[in-house]
Write a protein that binds this ligand. Sequence first.
Ligand code: ZN
Length: 303
Amino acid sequence: MFITSVRNYDYNEMTNDLLALFKKYHYLKIGGIGKSVLDNDIPVIRWGEGDCRVLLCGSHHGNEWVTSLLLMRFLEILCKERNLENEEIVDLYSEASYYIIPMLNPDGVNLSIHGLTDEIPDDIRTKLIAANNESSDFKGKWQANIRGVDLNHNYDAAFLRGCAFAQKLGITGPGPTRFSGEKPESEPESKALVSFTKKLMPDICAAYHSQGEIIYADFDGKATKRAKRIAEELSRLSGYNLDQTEGVASCSGYKDWVINELYLPAYTIEVGLGENPLPFSQFDKILKDNLKMLIFMGQINRF
Ligand SMILES: [Zn+2]
């Protein structure tokens, strides 16, 4: 493995790893779905040439960067095992196409790891401190993007219901978590993911979060029977429990929008157990729990 076992996996680490992977495995197709508020490219990597399109997205939330590391490590394993002619992975390459977006929220990840840095312009910095209860301490806690919008509450799926739930919790403006924004897809990161998803029309989508060792698979009872059967298999392969979201977590998320708008199987997968950011010591278990499930996603058309 040459993806470094760094404890804090920031945007720079991720892009360096991506370049290193591309140098070694030229067949990888690397593109971008758009840019973040701070103009960081949001990369997408395609692995595979098959019909089953799997969309994987990590780090909607700043302090959940362990999910970026997980998806990058998964990509590296796919490349390496294919080179070693591992039969299952060679078959997977012709059966599936994985589209991996390791870090949807690069600005939020960097803020959560490094706090206020020079790359943040003064006007945004002032607003950030106001959004953070007048504190300059962002490390470990920040989930939102750099404008204080929680990207996973910024999608067009019962958006107003989500805002009402948030208001009951006292969330009425930009902050570290759960502020939905002024309108659905108001943020470049969520807008880019919506447009990419619509264009790709994947066979399955999974948005990776931490933590809880839980899979959420429905939105307002709209998941199809097949999507529910797939969810049961994902749960069996990972050992993660299936659960229903409630209250403020039950609407305006990415998987909610995919289920509601595109009628496709979509899942929120919460990896690991404990307090975010998860201790690095959990990484090996997280990878082990998720590996079979991630491979299965490329095989669902047999299912
Ligand atoms: Zn999350």
